[in-house]
Design a protein around this ligand. Structure first.
Ligand code: UDP
Length: 326
């Protein structure tokens, strides 16, 4: 089985490529290095440099390699940015996915795994958030992922494409060889660790007046290797299942303040923190009920607590203080 991984040089995609190769799959990576890194590429994957916005490049990729499966990681992913530049998300994310789907379906594509998001659940009726929760996108980013889920729905109904929409909560942590290195960095854990490394003076906490126990936002942090494993399981499951929707998290919520406190414990650094205004598009609390993928596919996260996730990130950042360096 040949799997095309878009964004396979990026944070989550590169770890998924490693997991696919470990599982014996043939992998083709397509990446434009917007947030990816050449040194995050797995040597055993075939690499094609290119942009999903370039429909002709996508068509030639698909007709040359004819992958039967796609894992689609490449995307604009920032909630805050999407509230400032909504069409970058509602336009580009969806057009890029549509280019991929159109060419894929013309060239024998059978399975598609989408990196979707917990930002679909802005007003959850129940926490932890289960598979039946109503969809209320919290930002243009979340909405763009929902559009793509709907494209997949109709590709399934009309063309028989099998798909899995994996709704990630907060991806975090690093493996021994792959880390989190965005430019600019906007994510809480790497920013907190930059303070511990002496690269940043303090961390700003976006809002302390949310309806949560300590007033800061609560998130469910899930290790990137556990996410990657879920992708491999979902791909296998699509051999006999048509459509899968899963929420992926650990089922435990940690506030921004608790994340900073955990980083202090792991790094031994005082990590000064200051309250700043809320960031647009942030729901107060996102905690996953992942029992569906656990029950149906036997998914079992190996990093069940924030401290071990933080430790894995700290180990990578200490070894790679400047990130990948490319
Ligand atoms: N956050 C923060 N300060 C920062 C970056 C993030 O307080 O410098 C908060 C953010 O508002 C959110 C949580 O940390 O409540 C996680 O944000 P992140 O960007 O890491 O992930 P997201 O939830 O957007 O996927």
């Amino acid at each position: 089985m040949r799997v095309l991984v878009t964004g396979g040089a990026g944070y989550i995609g590169s770890v998924a490529v490693d997991a696919l190769i470990a599982a014996g799959r043939e992998v083709v990576v397509f990446d434009n290095f917007y947030q990816g890194h050449r040194s995050a590429l797995n040597d055993e994957a075939t690499f094609v440099e290119g942009d999903l916005a370039d429909a002709a490049a996508v068509e030639s990729l698909m007709s040359e390699f004819r992958p039967d499966s796609v894992m689609h990681f490449a995307s604009f992913t920032l909630v805050g940015e999407s509230t400032e530049d909504p069409l970058k998300y509602l336009g580009d994310n969806t057009t890029n996915a549509s280019n991929l789907l159109k060419s894929g379906l013309r060239n024998g594509l059978q399975r598609f795994i989408l990196s979707s998001t917990a930002n679909l659940f802005d007003e959850p009726e129940r926490i932890p958030i289960g598979p039946e929760e109503r969809i209320v996108p919290g930002s243009p980013y979340g909405e763009s992922k929902y559009f793509i889920e709907r494209m997949l729905h109709w590709a399934n109904v009309t063309k028989g494409l099998r798909y899995a929409a994996l709704r990630y909560f907060n991806a975090a942590g690093c493996t021994e060889i792959r880390g989190e290195d965005h430019d600019p960095e906007t994510h809480l854990i790497p920013l907190v660790l930059q303070v511990a490394l002496g690269q940043r003076e303090k961390i700003m906490m976006f809002g302390d007046d949310y309806d949560t126990p300590d007033g800061t936002c609560v998130r469910d942090y899930i290790h990137v290797a556990d996410l990657a494993q879920a992708h491999v399981l979902a791909l296998n499951a699509l051999s006999d299942r048509e459509v899968l929707h899963y929420n992926l998290g650990n089922g435990n919520g940690f506030s921004v303040k608790e994340v900073i406190e955990t980083a202090r414990e792991v790094t031994g650094h005082p990590i000064p923190a200051e309250v700043a205004p809320r960031r647009a598009g942030d729901p107060a609390t996102l905690i996953a009920d992942s029992s569906k993928i656990r029950d149906e596919l036997g998914w079992q996260p190996r990093y069940a607590d924030l401290k071990s996730i933080m430790q894995s990130a700290w180990d990578w950042h200490v070894k790679n203080p400047e990130g990948y360096g490319d």
